[in-house]
Design a protein around this ligand. Structure first.
Ligand SMILES: Nc1nc2c(ncn2[C@@H]2O[C@H](COP(=O)(O)OP(=O)(O)O)[C@@H](O)[C@H]2O)c(=O)[nH]1
Ligand SMILES: [Mg+2]
Length: 184
């Protein structure tokens, strides 16, 4: 894990830390990771877990779509406090492995609707899918093509690292960060 060269790079946002992105193959995890970190690295198919500085972790989509990989997913996320789940705006199917939230009941799950710029995007449906699967609002609507919602999500994730927002006041915090404009 520490052999990954990505671990040694410095981050523009040192407080943007301690989260793992999960979601289906092609849901936009790597593109969103790069946008959040403002990294110019090229987005290529993620074949392995990629560790960025400060415990920011990008996972291959197979982790959520193939049961054989669930064990790997569980061990990857065990030390990370926040799961960022991506629901593509043009998909109504949910891809977080069943029971994952029960295995780690203490983890925060942040619901993100990705690719809201797509012509067939339906953010409302995507939010409903997350709600139906026990992911609580606020949801963050994002597009890495237009950049919409990326800064609000980044601010929210950074706010989770400050002790007084870890308990309780996060929805208020999200609103004050302007997330309300971008909610379902
Ligand atoms: N239109 C659009 N395309 C996106 C967006 N985010 C990612 N993509 C594209 O979707 C494809 C899969 O993205 P990627 O980040 O590799 O998905 P991952 O498999 O979840 O890591 C790539 O071709 C990206 O350029 C977005 O917000 N809007
Ligand atoms: Mg990827």
């Amino acid at each position: 894990m520490s052999g990954n060269p990505d671990m040694n790079r410095t981050s523009l946002y040192p407080d943007l830390a301690n989260f793992v992105l999960v979601g289906d193959v092609g849901s936009g995890k790597t593109a969103l990771t790069m946008a959040l970190l403002e990294s110019s690295d090229q987005v290529m198919k993620t074949q392995a877990v990629v560790f960025h500085p400060s415990h920011v972790v990008d996972t291959p989509g197979e982790f959520t779509s193939r049961p054989a990989y669930y064990g790997a997913l569980l061990s990857t996320i065990s030390d990370i406090s926040t799961i960022v789940y991506l629901q593509p705006a043009n998909s109504a199917s949910f891809s977080l492995p069943p029971g994952l939230l029960q295995v780690y009941p203490g983890k925060r799950v942040v619901g993100v609707v990705s690719k809201i710029d797509l012509p067939d995007a339906n953010a409302e449906t995507a939010c409903r899918v997350m709600q139906d699967h026990n992911i609580s609002p606020p949801y963050f609507l994002t597009s890495t093509a237009t950049g919409e919602g990326v800064a609000a999500l980044r601010s929210f994730l950074i706010s989770l690292q400050t002790p007084d927002t870890k308990t309780g006041a996060n929805e208020e915090c999200a609103e004050s960060l302007g997330v309300g404009d971008n909610e379902c």
